[in-house]
Design a protein around this ligand. Structure first.
Ligand code: HEM
Length: 133
């Protein structure tokens, strides 16, 4: 497995753990209210699990498994891949920061996520082809 996929998948598992822990906290707080501000963690729970875990696992697996180039770099520009990985993760953290940081940070987080997805699309597009084509 390429190094970039390893890091995409590792990061996705960290978000899975963090997202489940936040979910468990919200659930426990629903039963016995011990933390009145717990609802501020709901956006982070959703962002960690939907973008941080589900989307990131798909990106890492796609980079690994799609047909490779027969000439040049087998999986395309590694720099572009790492840039996409970094922007995406910064984007997830900023988007999940509601309640901690002003709204402009969450907006910036979404912009970074979209930018990262665009870069990933540019990287992966030529590798979406029939086997042997
Ligand atoms: C892949 C796994 C998961 C995903 C994608 C997910 C996603 C979501 C989403 C989208 C919401 C917001 C629902 C809304 O606004 O109406 C939510 C709420 C919530 N989630 Fe999760 N969740 C996951 C796993 C978990 C787990 C494992 C727990 C508990 C251990 C949990 C506990 C909660 C709680 C307590 C709420 C608030 C529900 C309420 O409105 O009372 N979630 N989750």
């Amino acid at each position: 497995m390429p190094r970039l996929s390893v890091w995409f998948i590792r990061a996705s598992l960290i978000y899975l753990l963090a997202g489940f822990m936040l979910g468990a906290l919200l659930l426990a707080n629903n039963g016995i209210e011990f933390m009145p501000s717990a609802w501020e963690l709901l956006p982070a729970h959703v962002e960690f699990l939907l973008a941080g875990w589900v989307v990131q696992l798909a990106l890492g697996t796609a980079y690994w498994i799609l047909p490779r180039h027969t000439r040049g770099l087998a999986r395309g520009s590694t720099e572009l891949g790492w840039l996409s990985f970094s922007l995406f993760n910064l984007g997830v953290l900023l988007t999940a920061s509601s309640g901690l940081l002003p709204g402009a940070f969450q907006f910036a987080g979404r912009v970074l996520e979209v930018l990262a997805a665009g870069l990933f699309l540019v990287l992966i597009w030529p590798r979406i082809k029939a086997y042997g084509a």
